[in-house]
Design a protein around this ligand. Structure first.
Ligand code: ASP
Ligand code: MG
Length: 782
């Protein structure tokens, strides 16, 4: 079976907890025969570099301090992760190595690359031992036995043979990243951040099927997500753009990483070891993904003009400074963009061929599809002018452009640039589940809404689902002929196929709109979130699921910057959720919500006047399509109980469905048994209702089925749905049959409550309520 190479970077291995997390990923994702390439733990390489510097400066004190720092860090890991003999052995081995380092420094035999290699050697040893301790067959492999270079050039044939010889199919191999050996067996490094390169090299030698780079961000973003909150995570990026980004200094992709994959079919994925369920970004071959837009910023660079820059020289220079160097040609002249700290070194190395054109400049580059570059650059220039940013140099190439400036492009300016250049015209893929009454009207209303949102979003309806069939069209369905397309092209529904199709979607944003009434479908929400989908639901099940499940879904959404709207799950299109959010945002506190939240029960109670049996009204309502297929769903009060729970949770109250007292609108005996049994005993229902009706009349009130949520000052919550006698003339008593009413008491609306009233069901209002959620979503993604 084709092998997979996983690579974990320093930040994924910075503490014992991180090692445990990595081991869990390995346990769940690796097969024997796979390889796990590791970098030095945390900032170990930086510390080793400092150790080397102190050695060179003969600063014995600093040297000893730094050595102790390394010892403590490794010791902490070993103490936390191991016990018994293994612990003792690993510790002894470590101390022995540290002693050797100290002795070599003293005797002047210390060798730079061999010293740096310790970081990766320690990581591989710790991880493979930890896996063994968990009963996983695994082995540490020193990459110096796999990768040999002759005068800086990799000996591919020899290395390929070495890799095939060393990697067996019965264990997981934990391989040191970053290091290799020369012909004489002397340690060399592959350059800073070289472990990604080790991983892709190894994959190419092993003819692996895939490389997964596990890092601390969730993938490749449109811009730095630490600086711009709404940076877009792309699910797919093509190799050409990825390489360009790497050359421009993208922190996730490194310059050499992609080169071994050229001309291979090996897939490359960037994933987060902090969130292993997230999909990450896949780097695909040209033509397998649309080209995307990116902005990368630069700081502290010098621009050098170089005469007669030879091919291969840039590579040597980046090797020299252990940093990627961007180079380009403008008006026939070759330029290098180098970190200011290294420019002297480079100028010296180039011996009179390099001239400093700009020093200590900042700036940014815009990477975009060819047809967009020119106008994006024009927009960027406009924005720079508005902000009095002084330009020092500009370059416009086919697939990117760059601007060097005096001022730093800070997060605020970057956010503005991102807003103007990247966020406009983003694509949003819409998947609609449930295409019954409401779903169909929703699709009919789509065209108008798409035009309305077009300034910010290119919205495409890409998927339709029903319980038995589904239809996907990644480029967007034809909205005027979707029904024919559905008839001709829909395929059998399966969860596996559904997620496979979602995974293939190459859109900046995706949303699943659940218009089903299916509980099993709502249970898929966490998986939609794992597939980076926003959620809109008319379905009430997720909002009323167990509190722990609900909270973990919310947390999962938050971690991935995904949004969830469910405005229509209560009161259909009535803006109840908006009102509650607004009240809370404006500093008000809700103390009580009561009302009628079921169109069916509203119609039944308001229509009954004793002139005909209650059960007849129920059957009439059923015939008019006002009820659930089995009207007992409505009569049971469950539906209203769910709605009350959704409202309660919107107020931040932690509550379970069972905590809401429920009094059905039918005698208990009728709830059991079949619908036929029910029909045979309707007089039970009729007597039940008539009796309550008379009771109400005797008290000068009318009978309504209401829900009530009360929040007491001591924090106690009282929630109930059931039959209530309400005074004649009150808002609830005067309700138009079929309407919903929400009476909201707050600190400010105390004596005279805020009332929201109107149809709480119906396909048009519900569909437009869903559009309102979609519109809100787009506004919030802007
Ligand atoms: N440990 C090395 C470094 O810090 C290699 C790597 O992290 O990829 O540069
Ligand atoms: Mg690293």
């Amino acid at each position: 079976m084709a092998k997979v190479v996983h690579k974990f970077g320093g930040s994924s291995l910075s503490s014992a907890t991180r090692y445990q997390a990595v081991a869990n990923i390995v346990l769940s994702q690796c097969q024997p025969g796979d390889c796990v390439v590791v970098s030095a733990a945390g900032k170990t390489t930086n510390t080793l570099v400092k150790l080397w510097q102190s050695h060179e400066q003969s600063d014995v004190r600093a040297f000893n301090d730094i050595l102790l720092q390394l010892e403590n860090h490794q010791r902490e890991l070993i103490d936390a992760l191991f016990h018994g003999d293994r612990h003792a052995e690993l510790l002894a081995q470590l101390l022995n190595e540290l002693q050797t380092i100290a002795a070599e420094s003293e005797s002047g035999r210390l060798h730079n690359a061999s010293l740096l290699a310790h970081g990766e050697v320690w990581s591989a040893r710790v991880l493979s031992n930890f896996l063994q301790q968990q009963g996983v067959a695994s082995r540490a492999l020193d990459a110096r036995k796999l990768f040999t270079l002759n005068d800086g050039t990799l000996l591919h044939a020899q290395n390929r043979e070495a890799c095939h010889g060393a990697v067996t199919t019965d264990e997981i191999h934990v391989v040191t990243g970053f290091i290799a050996a020369d012909n004489q067996g002397v340690t060399v490094t592959l350059g800073r951040n070289g472990s990604d390169y080790s991983a892709t090299l190894l994959a190419s030698y092993l003819d692996a099927s895939q490389v997964a780079i596990w890092t601390d961000t969730q993938g490749v973003f449109s811009t730095d997500p630490r600086k711009v909150a709404n940076a877009i995570k792309y699910s797919k990026v093509c190799r050409g753009q990825a390489e360009l980004l790497a050359r421009l200094g993208n922190p996730v992709l490194h310059a050499k990483t992609l080169s071994p994959l050229k001309d291979t079919d090996i897939k490359l994925q960037v994933r987060s070891s902090y969130d292993p369920d997230a999909l990450g970004t896949e780097i695909v071959k040209a033509g397998y993904s649309k080209e995307k837009r990116f902005i990368t910023t630069f700081e502290q660079l010098d621009l050098l003009r170089v005469e007669q820059l030879h091919s291969g020289e840039v590579k040597q220079l980046s090797q020299l400074i252990q940093h990627s160097i961007h180079h380009f040609v403008k008006a026939g002249e070759a330029y290098l963009l180098v970190p200011s700290a290294y420019s002297n070194l480079i100028i010296n190395r180039l011996e009179h061929r390099a001239n400093l054109v700009e020093s200590q400049v900042q700036g940014f580059a815009v990477v975009a599809p060819e047809q967009d570059v020119t106008h994006l650059m024009a927009q960027a220039q406009e924005l720079l002018a508005e902000h009095q940013i002084v330009k020092r140099f500009t370059l416009q190439e086919q697939n990117y452009s760059l601007v060097l400036t005096d001022q730093v492009i800070d997060s605020d300016l970057l956010a503005l640039l991102h807003e103007k250049l990247i966020n406009k015209g983003r694509e949003l893929a819409v998947i609609v589940a449930g295409i019954g009454n409401v779903g169909q009207v929703f699709i009919e209303q789509c065209q108008k809404q798409i035009t309305k949102l077009s300034e910010h979003f290119d919205l495409k309806l890409v998927g339709l689902l029903r319980s038995e069939s589904m239809l996907f069209c990644p480029s967007g369905l034809n909205l005027s002929a979707w029904q024919t397309q559905w008839q001709n092209e829909a395929v059998a529904y399966s969860e596996q196929e559904l997620f496979a199709r979602i995974k293939e979607l190459d859109y900046e944003h995706k949303v699943v709109i659940d218009i089903t009434a299916s509980e099993p479908f709502s249970e898929l929400y966490p998986q939609f979130v794992e597939h980076d989908c926003h959620l809109i639901s008319a379905n009430k099940y997720a909002g009323t699921a167990k509190q722990s499940w609900y909270l973990s879904l919310r947390q999962q959404l938050q971690e991935r910057d995904l949004l969830w709207r469910y405005n229509t799950s209560v009161g259909a299109g009535l803006p109840v959720n908006f009102a509650l959010a607004d009240l809370q945002n404006s500093g008000d506190t809700v103390s009580k919500i009561e009302g009628v939240f079921s169109g069916t029960l509203s119609w039944l109670c308001s229509s009954y006047n004793g002139s005909c049996a209650f059960s007849e009204l129920v059957l009439q309502a059923q015939e008019m399509g006002y009820t659930e297929p089995d009207p007992r769903e409505d009569l049971s009060g469950r539906d209203m109980q769910r709605k009350l729970l959704i409202l309660a949770r919107d107020l931040g109250i932690e509550l379970e469905l069972e905590n809401i007292e429920l009094e059905p609108l039918m005698p208990e005996a009728l709830a059991l048994g079949s619908w036929q049994d029910f029909l045979a005993q309707t007089e039970l229902l009729d007597n039940f209702y008539a009796q309550k009706y008379q009771q109400a009349a005797a008290q000068n009130g009318v009978l309504r089925y209401t829900g009530k949520l009360e929040l007491q000052d001591d924090g106690k919550v009282h929630a109930k749905v059931g039959v209530a006698i309400v005074p004649v003339g009150s808002a609830i008593a005067n309700l138009t049959p079929g309407d919903n009413i929400f009476v909201i008491h707050t600190k400010w609306y105390e004596q005279n409550p805020l009332v929201i009233q109107g149809p709480g069901a119906g396909k048009e209002v519900t569909a437009s309520g869903i559009h309102s959620d979609l519109f809100w979503l787009c506004q919030n993604l802007k």
